[in-house]
Design a protein around this ligand. Sequence first.
Ligand code: MN
Length: 242
Amino acid sequence: MNPPHVSLQRGVVWGRQPDSHSVVVVGDLHGLAGALKEILDRTCFTGCTLVFIGDYIDRGPDGDEVLHAVRSLTANPSAYGYRQVVALRGNHEDMILRARHDSHWRDCWQANGGRRKDWNWLCGHQAWDWLESLPLLYQHPEEIVFQGRRHHLIASHATVNRQYSLDDQKEEDLLWRREVAGYSHDTLCVHGHTVQAGGVPVLQNTPTGPVLMIDTGSVKTGIVTGASFPEARSLRLLKSRD
Ligand SMILES: [Mn+2]
């Protein structure tokens, strides 16, 4: 059943149709398994790299199904026609992990849309260690093309902090920080965590570099976005075929 304010779920691929030289970064899902299915229908068996930005659970109706799908995809990406699948940890995963051991965090998790069936899925599938093992930061190994220029691509649930090197980012920042500031002019930062109320990704060209915010609201708007970027090497390949 959908939450009362979401009558329709949509999974939208933003940018170029992915192929084997693409990376697709998927925003906050919050239990919208129907929207996830639409994104998977558009991206599976393309050979692309798929990166989930975290927040699989809470608020929406089917966090257990989303967890199941994300874990299956990360365990065996080639079975679904992906080059690689990476699932990052979001602040809602952080809350449910802390809620296991701490009643304050249990209250916090419940107050933020915690759902018993997500908890039950993690218990029933003995998936707590898997959830805890999820990384906080993704750096794509190839340069991508964004707005006609080559960029490095980094993705994390909340925002990176350019005070620190990428190897030395703080867990608290990557899970919770809302301040939007680019990392460098040749790096595209892709983040979730902060809802973009219009239901479309929002690019912020900050004085320190570009940041693309891709949490398109899920349980508020019904829209989950997968942002697709071509690798720079794919354009070289296209040119050499001309
Ligand atoms: Mn979220």
